[in-house]
Design a protein around this ligand. Structure first.
Ligand code: AMP
Length: 216
């Protein structure tokens, strides 16, 4: 499996990607998660990425491509992967195309999780994540049983520091200006499959799986 999950911040692509990794035994490659780990570890890349992430802007292509290249083309390259949050602009999409064609493993398809813009800010504001296992909750429509505690592992849930109102507005603008054009980029390559994301999680997942099955 070699697919990209595309969609605005808050569309649910991280949640859907996690479900896909379990069903299809594939690896989730989330540049957001990789960058947050780099920031937490204080690596040189993390130090450079931090300000852009806090501002809701994109981290430089150089840093992001460095993070992803090894995982896709190195000696231990992942063969079954779902890219979540990458690519986010045309340069990254072209670089991905080149990397994968160099190893003879082109993308099989792209799933766009489509959610009306008016829904996104509320979804992001309600998002909570488990510090220990990464499970994702939403206080409005998918709360954990006990507030602040993960159902799966009893870990503490928290709100991402960039899930605040000011940063969210910038992230949505960044998406509209830089990432949304990838919809036509992938449509032109006949790789795009759009799924309505404003439904129950299980309904969305059934549609996502149907899209993924149609790729193979
Ligand atoms: P995410 O977890 O996907 O919402 O990403 C959180 C933040 O990490 C974004 O707002 C960006 O600042 C940064 N980021 C994640 N993926 C990328 C990417 N592919 N290119 C540039 N910046 C990214």
């Amino acid at each position: 499996m070699r697919i990209v999950m595309l969609g605005a911040p808050g569309c649910g692509k991280g949640t859907q990607t996690k479900l896909l990794t379990e069903k299809y035994d594939a690896a989730q490659l989330s540049t957001g998660d990789l960058l947050r780990a780099a920031v937490a570890a204080g690596t040189p890349a993390g130090l450079k990425a931090k300000a852009a992430m806090e501002a809701g802007a994109l981290v430089s292509d150089e840093i992001v491509l460095e993070l992803i290249r090894d995982r896709l083309t190195g000696v231990d390259a992942v063969k079954n992967f779902i890219l979540d949050g990458f690519p986010r602009n045309q340069l990254q999409a072209e670089a991905l195309e080149e990397m994968l064609s160099a190893v003879g493993q082109p993308l099989m398809g792209v799933v766009l999780v489509d959610v009306p813009a008016s829904e996104l800010a509320r979804r992001i504001a309600g998002r909570r994540i488990c510090r220990d296992c990464g499970a994702i909750y939403n206080v409005y429509f998918a709360p954990s049983k006990t507030e602040g505690v993960c159902d799966d592992c009893d870990g503490e849930t928290y709100q991402r520091s960039d899930d605040n109102e000011a940063t969210v507005a910038s992230r949505l603008t960044t998406y509209a200006e830089q990432t949304e054009p990838l919809i036509s980029f992938y449509d032109q390559r006949d790789l795009l499959h759009t799924v309505a994301g404003n439904a129950e999680m299980d309904t969305v997942f059934a549609d996502v799986c149907a899209a993924v099955d149609s790729f193979s």
